[in-house]
Each structure stands twice: as C-alpha cells, then as structure tokens.
Ligand binder design. Structure first.
Ligand code: NAI
Ligand code: 15L
Length: 264
C-alpha cells in the first residue's frame, strides 16, 4: 500500500496502531481532532474533525486503505456522539466513495450487542442489542458500511472490538479481551486478503471463556494467538468474584448496561 490512513490516531488504540501498522504502507497518514505527536519518518499528520465534510474529504484523498478508529469511544450525551460517530461516518463513506473506495477497517464495538446475556454464544448474524447510544452509533456505522457495500461495492471489515487493552484486568475481560498483537495481525490480514466484502468480525483473542464465534472467518487467513485465560489466576487474586445477579455480570456489555441516557 502506498498510503494508509489511521483516524483517531491520538487515541489509545491509535497510538498503538501507529507503530504496529507502519510496515503496511510507504506512508502512514495520522488524523485526529486531538493533538498528535509530531510525525516521524514516513508519517504525515492531519488535524481533522470527522463532522467537517470538507476536512474529511481532504483527509481521505490519496489513501489506499483506512483504519477508522476515530470518534466517541464510550457512552456520552447524544449531541457529542452525533458529530463523530453519525455525521462523521457519513462524511467518511462519502469521501471514500469520491476517492477510489479505499478498503476500510471500521472499529465497531461489542456494545452493538451488549444486552445479550453472558450465557449466550453469538455468531456474526444475530440482531443488534445495543446497550446505549454509543452502541447505537456503532450499529449505524455498520449499517452505513453495508449500504455502501451493497450499493457501491465499498469494502469494510466491521470489527466488533471487545476490550483491546495491553492485558485483561477483570473477570469480564476473560471473555472480551483482544490483545494489541491480535488486533494488529487481524488488520494486516484484512488488507492482505484479495476479496473482503463487508463481514462482521469479532475483535477478540482466542479466549477460552469467549462469547463470540469467529468460525466463519476461514477465508481471512487469521488466527488470534493470545488467550485471556493465561491471566485468570492474577485476576482472581486481585478482583472480587462477580455477583451473578448484578446486571453488569449478566449482560455482555458489562458496566455499560448501567449507564443512563446522559444529558450532559
Ligand atoms: P479513544 O477515545 O482513546 O480514541 C478515539 C480518538 O478519536 C480520540 O483520539 C479522539 O480525539 C478522536 N475523536 C473523537 N471524536 C472525533 C471527531 N469528531 N473527529 C476526529 N477525531 C475524533 O478510543 P480507543 O480506545 O482508542 O478506541 C478506538 C476506536 O475503537 C473507537 O472508535 C472505539 O469506539 C473503538 N473500540 C475500542 C475498544 C477498546 O477496547 N479500546 C472496544 C470497542 C471499540
Ligand atoms: C468499547 O467499545 C470502548 O471503546 C472501550 O473503552 C471499552 O469500554 C470496551 O468497549 C469494553 O467493552 O471493554
């Protein structure tokens, strides 16, 4: 690839992927609303608010692939989610349509399905059960991506990320953890495969206690190598045993199910 765009590059995952994905392209274009560390060799930095259509067109022009990490990443009042995650997604897909349809990795979330019980195992095709407005915004993003695939052939990987952190640190993450290594190798596979389409992909490591079934992904040539189980003893020693009647333990979305509809 000549130029790979990473949006949300100043964020938690953006800062990790900035380093990990460098070998994928001659130039990595980093974009965010927040301040970015100065560009290093083979990098270029752009300030861009996803809700600004003209700025998004400029950001996407000349890119051969996009890792879309930008936007509001937790539950927030609707007016905050609207700009980055709803208007921003529309701007991104319109810009991609105008600039050669670069393949997109969309950082969707497990909060699209957060109201499924933790006792249920999920494949890629079940109905949405979002656990808040943030989850609804990711459902919108997935639906928009699918529209642009069906109408225009725009390819997107809809990666429903679980908990992408250096290590799993609580009981829920024994099921939801997605290691940085596994996310980086998944992104490499998504850009390597000749035909992608618009699949739902669970962003999860090979956790023994996992809830999500990625067995439909044989064609991707990707296998996660980490497993949260290796951290169980540590987690059990440090955190209290979860109460099974607590909603945050009953539902896959964890703490997010307790969020109100925030107003400010
Ligand atoms: P983060 O909140 O650390 O980073 C998001 C970045 O997007 C921030 O740097 C922020 O400045 C930028 N941003 C927000 N609104 C913007 C706007 N209107 N225009 C331009 N940039 C804007 O989030 P994190 O953890 O790095 O997550 C990255 C992506 O992955 C997010 O889309 C999040 O929803 C998704 N995700 C992350 C998970 C995780 O475990 N870290 C789990 C599930 C999904
Ligand atoms: C997400 O969607 C969030 O972006 C992240 O901060 C975590 O809360 C993650 O889900 C999770 O469910 O652990």
């Amino acid at each position: 690839m000549r130029r790979l765009l990473i949006t949300g590059a100043a964020g938690q995952l953006g800062r990790v992927m900035r380093k990990r994905l460098a070998p994928l392209a001659d130039t990595i274009r980093l974009a965010d609303l927040a301040r970015l560390d100065p560009p290093e060799r083979d990098e270029e930095c752009m300030s861009c608010d996803l809700s600004d259509a003209a700025a998004v067109h400029e950001m996407v022009a000349g890119c051969d692939g996009i890792v879309h990490l930008g936007g509001v990443s937790v539950e927030r009042p609707f007016d905050q989610i609207l700009g980055g995650n709803i208007v921003g997604l529309y701007n991104l897909y319109e810009a991609a349509r105008a600039h050669g349809q670069p393949r997109i990795v969309f950082a969707s979330s497990n909060h699209t399905i957060g109201y499924y019980p933790q006792t249920e195992r999920l494949g890629p095709d079940g109905p949405y059960r979002p656990d808040g407005l943030y989850g609804v915004s990711k459902c919108f993003g997935e639906a928009l991506a699918r529209l642009y695939f069906d109408k225009f052939g725009q390819e997107t990987a809809l990666v429903r990320i679980g908990s992408c952190t250096p290590e799993p640190t609580n009981y829920r993450m024994l099921s939801t953890w997605f290691s940085h290594d596994d996310f980086a190798s998944m992104i490499e596979a998504i850009f390597r495969v000749s035909t992608l389409g618009c699949p739902v992909i669970w962003g999860s490591s090979a956790n023994d206690a996992g809830w999500w079934d990625n067995s439909h992904l044989g064609w991707l040539g990707w296998k996660p190598k980490d497993n949260a189980e290796a951290h169980r003893t540590h987690i059990e020693a440090l955190t209290p045993t979860p109460d099974p009647s607590d909603p945050t333990t009953r539902f896959q979305g964890g703490d997010f199910v307790n969020n109100p509809i925030f107003k400010e």
